[in-house]
Design a protein around this ligand. Structure first.
Ligand SMILES: C[S@@+](CC[C@H](N)C(=O)[O-])C[C@H]1O[C@@H](n2cnc3c(N)ncnc32)[C@H](O)[C@@H]1O
Length: 232
């Protein structure tokens, strides 16, 4: 998304999903995020659900498998195509479409719950405000949004793991280093600032984001925020 102002201004997500990035996607695990599983099991995810920046669809597919009506949207066509294939393979009904989460006008008033795993955390505060406004359009009154975003603490672990992996792979080129230093993180106050207009904070808690770090290894759970907002 070259036209968005984010911490990842040059990041070509589709290239990463095509296997042409400096690394395999560390977020692209083969399971739903445990934080969302817990929210769902506690009854926090209801009605028409949007998985915003759904990637290859694990969270959306999990929620659809629990009987929810789920739409997954992502700007990367390769991710959307993979999500559709996975849903078919697993016999789960979910809708996946290519869309810009910053311009959701065509989904006006469609959703009751939004889950976002690691999309909000790539946005800086001005872009987070645009994102909050876009979700406001797409959501019904009193809808809720759950953002899962890597925290400062999680980011430090991620960078350390990436540097180790780069050293082991003999990868010390500038592109890989630049990508590593651009790994985003969110302070809790940035997330709150981004959603200050039109949303009220329900809860903000420390949790973990499950990742594959270094790529090709097993799962590593790193520090993250789970933030829950309600649409006014
Ligand atoms: C860090 S990945 C997380 C993907 C997925 N939620 C997961 O947990 O596997 C961020 C995702 O946001 C998508 N993305 C980035 N900017 C976007 C935008 N403006 N609109 C929609 N999706 C976007 C990327 O293509 C990528 O799939």
């Amino acid at each position: 998304m070259g036209n968005t102002s984010t911490y990842f201004p040059e990041m070509d997500f589709d290239a990463v999903y095509r296997g042409e990035g400096p690394f395999q996607a560390p977020w692209d695990i083969a399971d739903p995020q445990p934080a969302f599983v817990a929210v769902e099991q506690a009854g926090g995810i209801v009605g028409a659900v949007l998985d915003s920046g759904c990637g290859t669809g694990e969270n959306a597919i999990y929620l659809a498998g629990r009987g929810l009506s789920v739409t997954g949207l992502d700007a990367a066509p390769t991710a959307v195509e993979r999500a559709r294939q996975k849903a078919v393979e697993r016999g789960v009904e979910a809708t996946f479409e290519v869309a810009d989460a910053l311009a959701l006008d065509r989904y006006a008033q469609r959703f009751d719950t939004v889950v976002d795993s690691a999309l909000a955390h790539i946005f800086d505060v001005p872009t987070l405000r645009r994102y909050a406004a876009s979700l406001h359009v797409a959501c019904r009154p009193r809808a809720t949004v759950y953002l899962l975003a890597i925290s400062d603490e999680g980011r430090d672990v991620m960078i350390e793991r990436f540097r180790e992996a780069m050293l082991r792979a003999g990868r010390e080129d500038a592109a890989a280093e630049e990508w590593t230093s651009a790994i985003p993180r969110k302070r809790a106050d940035e997330l709150r600032d981004g959603f200050a207009e039109g949303w009220e904070l329900e809860s903000l808690e420390k949790t973990v984001m499950r990742t594959v770090l270094p790529p090709g290894s097993g799962y590593v759970d790193i520090g993250a925020w789970l933030v829950h907002f309600r649409r006014l």
